[in-house]
Design a protein around this ligand. Structure first.
Ligand SMILES: [Zn+2]
Length: 162
């Protein structure tokens, strides 16, 4: 049996979706997201970006860390389309896309892919970050919006960061 998928996802996610669990290491990430900025850790000694947050640099082992606003540009490394809601709060949202995104700066992060054509996304599609409020207390988490681009344009984006 074939299930017909809608072409577009809802433009707004239900606000009653659960908010994130915020650890001490990740608190700066969520503070920036609340102000619509994607910030990740960057080693102040060797310059390596890293995500998820950690106390020590994975490249040089030092603990001299800062938080840096990054471009929010990325490319889909892999994705899954969720058809069965993990909790009742997500029932209105299915089907939706959860993806691993390789940021232009290097680190890989997990996020939703939304927007027109999201359900038709493919590995290698370019995406940009945008933010949406979730949780009853106004907590914010990141969502990645799918913006299809020509492959050559994505290669040009990577050249700016590598
Ligand atoms: Zn380092």
């Amino acid at each position: 049996m074939t299930t017909e998928l809608p072409n577009e996802l809802p433009s707004e996610l239900p606000s009653e979706l659960p908010g994130p669990t915020i650890s001490a290491d990740g608190a700066p990430y969520w503070r920036a997201a609340a102000e619509d900025r994607l910030e990740i850790q960057q080693c102040r000694d060797c310059g390596a970006y890293r995500f998820p947050p950690s106390h020590l640099c994975r490249e040089c082992g030092c603990d001299n860390t800062g938080w840096t606003a990054v471009s929010g540009e990325g490319v889909i490394y892999s994705f899954s389309i969720v058809h069965r809601a993990p909790t009742p709060a997500f029932r209105a949202l299915v089907p939706y896309v959860v993806a691993l995104i390789d940021l232009a700066e290097g680190p890989r992060m997990m996020a939703n892919v939304t927007g027109a054509g999201a359900l038709d996304c493919a590995i290698g599609d370019a995406v940009n970050v945008w933010f949406e409020a979730r949780g009853g207390d106004g907590a914010v988490r990141e969502v990645i919006e799918l913006i299809l681009r020509a492959r050559g344009e994505w290669d040009a984006v990577l050249q700016r960061y590598r």
